[in-house]
Design a protein around this ligand. Structure first.
Ligand SMILES: Cc1ncc(C[n+]2csc(CCOP(=O)(O)OP(=O)(O)O)c2C)c(N)n1
Ligand SMILES: [Mg+2]
Length: 338
């Protein structure tokens, strides 16, 4: 986007491809996401991040599962809670951290910030903070794939609260009527902002909402990356073979509050602990140990190595200059006087 942004598209796409064939890299990527988001919270507390941030600790299996089951030529829409998906799809940690910090190294040259991550090279479409905005965008992308006879698939990832927004219903309806290659992935983390799902949503089993649109649907354990991967892969295959859209409900949980300093005191006692006992990273590490792909010492080495790599990434992001006023106007079409 800006001249000073390092050119890394091939590196991003390489990181995307790695996930498809290598389960150890999926584990590594989940660790990377957790570590980057922990750093984002620290950097926010130090006053280095403007605006707000929404992190997704606990939901890493959904992000990495979606990225592993799609191709870089497919497109994905995420939400304001999108750092995990951006990293999973291949954007490098210093580029995500740089964007969150408003630095030129960021994927939007530092002009978008935490809620507006995008990189067309890996298929991450522009992101909007408006709840539900990604759904019609994914449906439109799927319509363009169908109209141009491209075999791409569009995926929209959104939260449970989003299923009360008109765009969700309009999007699912048209996707079904037009038989579009689109996959809707709902991260049901039990809360929309500070409200438990049952206080805002009449139908708390989100998957049942697909029945109103005669759409294929699956419910998946969002803490189990293999289950997410298999479910998304089935839905992507269905979409690619022109057998229509799918709504996947991934049951998951965010370990942190809705945004920045929310301490999430509205959660009932014991709920967080119950979900921490099913941490997606620990579950997948245990599965890989059980089937002999790795041992527990390797897991700790991997975590340590990831932490060192994130130190380097954080250093690169902080060394990069902030985006400048001329950059802000570089893509503005109307004449400016400054
Ligand atoms: C159209 C619109 N309405 C309200 C908001 C304020 N808002 C931001 S996040 C959010 C909750 C969304 O919850 P959910 O879809 O479950 O996603 P989660 O944050 O849990 O990932 C709301 C109401 C908004 N950004 N856009
Ligand atoms: Mg939610």
């Amino acid at each position: 986007m800006t001249d000073s942004r390092p050119e890394r598209p091939n590196e991003h796409v390489r990181r995307r491809f790695e996930l498809r064939s290598n389960r150890l890299i999926r584990l590594e990527r989940m660790m990377e996401i957790r570590l980057v988001e922990d750093r984002i919270q620290d950097l926010f507390a130090q006053g280095l991040i403007s605006g707000t941030t929404h992190t997704s600790q606990g939901q890493e299996a959904v992000a990495v599962g979606v990225a592993s089951a799609t191709r870089p030529t497919d497109v994905v829409c995420c939400t304001y809670r999108g750092h995990g998906l951006a990293l999973a799809l291949g954007i490098r940690p210093e580029v995500v951290l740089g964007e969150v910090l408003g630095r030129q190294i960021g994927c939007m040259g530092g002009l978008g910030g935490s809620m507006h991550l995008s990189d067309p090279d890996v298929g991450l479409l522009p992101t909007f903070a408006i709840v539900g905005a990604g759904i019609p965008i994914a449906v439109g992308a799927a319509l363009s794939f169908a109209a141009t006879k491209n075999d791409g698939v569009a995926v929209s990832v959104f939260g449970d609260g989003t299923t009360n927004i008109g765009a969700f219903h309009e999007g699912l309806n048209l996707a079904k009527v037009w038989n579009l290659p689109v996959v809707f992935v709902c991260e049901n983390n039990l809360y929309g902002e500070y409200s438990p799902i049952a206080t805002t949503t009449a139908v708390t089993e989100i998957s049942t909402r697909a029945l109103a649109y005669d759409m294929a649907t699956e419910v998946v354990d969002g803490q189990d990356i293999d289950a997410v991967f298999e479910s998304v892969e089935r839905a992507v295959d269905r979409a690619r073979s022109k057998d229509g859209p799918t709504l996947i409900e991934a049951k998951t949980y965010r370990y942190v509050g809705h945004s920045r300093s929310d301490k999430a005191t509205y959660r009932p006692d014991g709920e967080l602990e119950e979900w921490l006992a099913r941490d997606p990273i620990e579950l997948f590490a245990a599965e890989l140990i059980r089937n002999g792909a790795i041992n527990s010492a390797n897991v700790e080495q991997m975590r340590h190595r990831q932490s060192e790599l994130i130190d380097v990434a954080q250093g690169l992001a902080l060394e990069s200059p902030p985006s400048s006023i001329p950059q802000m106007f570089a893509h503005v079409l109307a004449p400016t006087h400054h």
